[in-house]
Design a protein around this ligand. Structure first.
Ligand SMILES: *Cc1c(COP(=O)(O)O)cnc(C)c1O
Length: 425
């Protein structure tokens, strides 16, 4: 199936007489006729549902759809993008370990990695995503277990050179984990370029209607954990907390995802509610259609902004003059995403005036929604960072993060024009 078809058809195939639409299994638990049958489920000897924290048919169907869209072998849903990012690292790192990460990432992920995970004893080194392979390699240590980056960084819109990152990771015997939230699998499938694990905040384009916070992890099945078993004993030696199972032996290509479900979800429990997964699935059904319109609108608006003398700069990889145009052409030839960042002339003060003068575009701590949304990262998402950290993350005080919706592009342009005229005299 092609990707537009997968958006509709993947994950759930009803049998004769079953519901046409994915049912919501709003049930914590599942009933069995014998003690012995349920025992086999606990021993992982037989497949079956017993408790929604570990698995639920609605959640599983949607995870399978996302895995299929990304071209992976298995997926899992989480209750937020934050928990997906956390699990993706914590599944293979423990106290005393280290990983390497691009500086250009979502502010929430930056805090998680640089503050909270450090408290757990997991250390991170941030690298400039535009640095050479040699410079990135210099950040690796003997205890490094993963490399992490975002396909299109939120909000700096830096495009990741996935092949470069994959090569450095694989040269050091560790997986590349890519957060593909902004590009979505419609525009880029990082696994095809060498990524081993893909994570998502499904809260954004996948849901698309701002109804449910959620996340996903997809396993490509391609990373050879056994070839680097000294680094990943959690996957290649018996897990005493789970009947001594060796994940790579028992689950092969799905070892990583099975371990994440069997241990992290069991112990930490960030599951989505089946009802939210149902809503996510509705969003996924129109993902391809919406991404096309988001990209088309964003291209028009970026071109408009780049010609407006009240705007000091525009960052959008669809513009030929953009620093990341070439990389975007390579990895996302059909369009990148609907998010544009730009600077309002006059700096922070005018940026705030501009925000407050918009009528159609709404100030929300959200992006990648069907509705046009706008945010000022320096006063909102990134306000924890000092000026130096802001600079490293590619966020300037005048930066407006403009998430173009699927309304008529001309209405959005009129709104921008009115607000610019009010803000910049
Ligand atoms: C929003 C976002 C996250 C965090 O996801 P939540 O669903 O808000 O927890 C992680 N990565 C990126 C790129 C994001 O945009």
């Amino acid at each position: 199936m092609r990707i537009d078809t997968k958006c509709i058809q993947s994950g759930y195939t009803p049998k004769n007489g079953e519901a046409r639409i994915l049912p919501i299994y709003q049930s914590t638990t599942f009933k069995y006729d014998s003690t012995e049958h349920m025992g086999r489920l606990f021993d992982l000897e037989e497949d079956g549902y017993f408790y929604t924290r570990l698995a639920n048919p609605t959640n599983d169907a949607v995870a399978a759809k996302i895995a299929d869209l990304e071209g992976g072998v298995a997926g899992m849903l989480t209750s937020s993008g934050q928990s997906a990012c956390f699990y993706s690292i914590f599944n293979i790192c423990e106290a005393g370990d280290h990983f390497v990460c691009s500086t250009s990432i979502y502010g929430g992920t930056y805090n998680l990695f640089s503050v909270t995970m450090k408290k757990l004893g997991i250390d991170v080194t941030f690298v400039d995503p535009d640095a050479s392979a040699e410079e990135i390699a210099a950040a690796f240590r003997p205890n490094t277990k993963a490399l992490f980056g975002e396909t299109i960084a939120n909000p700096a819109l830096v495009v990741l050179d996935i092949e470069k990152f994959a090569k450095v990771a694989h040269d050091h015997g560790v997986p590349l984990i890519v957060d593909n939230t902004f590009a979505t699998p419609i525009n880029c499938r990082p696994i095809e370029w060498g990524a081993d694990i893909v994570v998502h905040s499904t809260t954004k384009y996948m849901d698309g209607h701002a109804t449910s916070v959620g996340g996903a992890i997809v396993d490509s099945g391609n990373f050879d954990w056994e070839a680097h078993s000294d680094k990943f004993p959690g996957l290649t030696t018996p897990d005493e907390s789970y009947h001594g199972v060796v994940y790579t032996e028992r689950f092969g290509k799905a070892a990583y995802i099975t371990k994440a479900t069997a241990t992290l979800m069991r112990d930490l429990g960030s599951i989505p509610s089946p009802h939210n997964s149902f809503l996510l699935n509705l969003g996924l059904e129109t993902l391809a259609l919406r991404m096309h319109k988001h990209c088309e609108n964003a291209q028009k608006i970026a071109e408009y902004l780049s010609k407006n003398d009240k705007v000091s700069w525009v960052s959008f990889s669809g513009l030929e003059a953009d620093k990341y145009h070439e990389l975007a052409q390579k990895y996302m030839p059909n369009g990148s995403c609907g998010v544009i960042s730009f600077g309002v002339k006059g700096g922070r003060e005018n940026a705030v005036k501009f925000m407050d003068s918009l009528r159609l575009a709404a100030i929300v701590t959200h992006v990648a929604d069907a509705r046009t949304s706008v945010l000022h990262p320096a006063s909102h998402t990134h306000r924890q960072m000092n000026d130096e950290e802001l600079k490293a993350a590619g966020v300037t005080p005048d930066l407006i993060r403009f998430s173009v919706g699927i309304e008529d592009a001309d209405d959005i342009i009129e709104d921008i024009e009115n607000a610019l005229n009010a803000a910049v005299k």
